[in-house]
Ligand binder design. Structure first.
Ligand SMILES: NC(=O)c1ccc[n+]([C@@H]2O[C@H](COP(=O)([O-])OP(=O)(O)OC[C@H]3O[C@@H](n4cnc5c(N)ncnc54)[C@H](O)[C@@H]3O)[C@@H](O)[C@H]2O)c1
Length: 325
């Protein structure tokens, strides 16, 4: 893929799951990268610091620890050739109830502030992370950017949908912005609240996994390096596309994922059944022909390979914690 040639990129949410992989890829491509993250307490600071471990001694990477909702980080966008805005409060279930304020602040307010700051700094393209959650429980599959209605089923999805509206406003003011609707991204460093990660954690520690629904719910799973590749290609693309689906192309049920991980672990997972949770959709699947056509992007990591990589990472992490304890 095209070289960064020493140009500078800004990545918000750099200490997070996808953001840390993106920073590593950009540095490997020859970019100088400024990461911005405020280490929200959604999950442990130590987990986020270890996400950044591979970049700690990297001269082409620096970290600005700032909250996008406060001031102090805007100058770091000045002259950047690309801005990747991945910072957000993720997670569907927690977006109901009292914690919605976090979603409104870290998604809506933060995103508006990034678009505003990018508009007054001389940046190139702004690539930002929307979500498959904007589709809600779509009636037809696979979902297409231009014809599937966006009817989010969770307050989280609503914030991402509203960010798409914000992006449209700033695009009409001349800012080159493209959104990526990521479909369930997985792989090493996946957030600890996500189902695959919790299944892996339960298998390596012999714990029970709370199964919401009957396991037939399916997702279009996307391996993290594939999601990152689409993201990087987007920054290099001349196409003025508003939004792309980024899906791994291998839809699978949660039961299938559990069975695959059980095989990898060599043991059965103890399940604790619960009713479907509010906000959970039954199915997601992405039509990625627009990204294929405009970005030359295709997902390349098959689900069984990606699951093996994630499971191996969870095992390694557990072994190194046991050694250091
Ligand atoms: N992981 C997925 O499957 C998935 C799917 C669809 C969309 N997305 C989107 O992709 C992006 C990255 O997701 P992730 O899974 O890596 O999440 P993550 O929680 O691991 O990373 C997000 C990072 O943003 C930071 N952050 C949040 N609010 C901030 C603020 N106000 N100022 C500065 N930093 C802030 C957090 O500290 C965190 O490190 C998010 O926008 C998420 O909504 C993720």
């Amino acid at each position: 893929m095209t070289n960064g040639s020493g140009r500078r990129a800004v990545v918000t949410g750099a200490a997070g799951f996808i953001g840390s992989h993106l920073c590593e890829r950009l540095v490997a491509d020859g970019w100088r990268v400024t990461g911005i993250d405020c280490f929200t307490d959604y999950y442990a600071r130590d987990d986020k610091l270890s996400n950044l471990a591979g970049l700690a001694t990297e001269p082409a990477f620096d970290l600005v620890e700032q909250d996008l909702v406060a001031d102090g980080w805007q100058a770091s966008l000045q002259g950047a050739a690309a801005v990747f805005h991945l910072a957000a409060q993720a997670g569907v279930r927690d977006s109901f109830g009292e914690s919605f304020g976090q979603y409104a602040s870290n998604n809506l307010v933060a995103t508006q502030r990034v678009f505003e700051a990018a508009g007054s700094a001389t940046t190139g393209r702004v690539v930002w992370s929307s979500s498959s959650s904007v589709y809600g429980d779509a009636e037809t599959h696979p979902c297409r950017e231009d014809s599937t209605p966006t009817l989010p089923r969770s307050p989280y999805g609503v914030t991402k949908r509203a960010c798409e509206d914000l992006a449209r406003v700033y695009r009409t003011r001349g800012l080159p912005i493209t959104g990526l609707r990521y479909f369930t991204v997985y792989g090493p460093r996946q957030r600890p609240d996500m189902a695959m990660r919790r299944i892996c954690d339960a298998l390596v520690s012999n714990a029970t996994f709370p199964l919401f629904g009957d396991g037939s719910q399916s997702r279009d799973f996307t391996f993290v390096t594939d999601a990152v590749d689409a993201t990087v290609r987007c920054a290099h693309s001349a196409a003025a596309t508003e939004v792309y689906n980024v899906g791994g192309g291998e839809e699978a049920s949660l039961s299938h994922v559990i069975a695959t991980l059980e095989r990898l672990a060599g043991r059965r997972l103890a399940l604790d059944p619960h009713p479907t949770q509010r906000g959970d959709v039954h199915r997601t699947s992405a039509d990625v022909s627009l990204a294929r056509r405009n970005l030359g992007w295709s997902p390349v990591v098959p689900l069984d390979q990606g699951l093996a990589a994630q499971f191996a990472w969870v095992q390694d992490r557990r072994s190194s914690k046991a050694v250091s304890a």
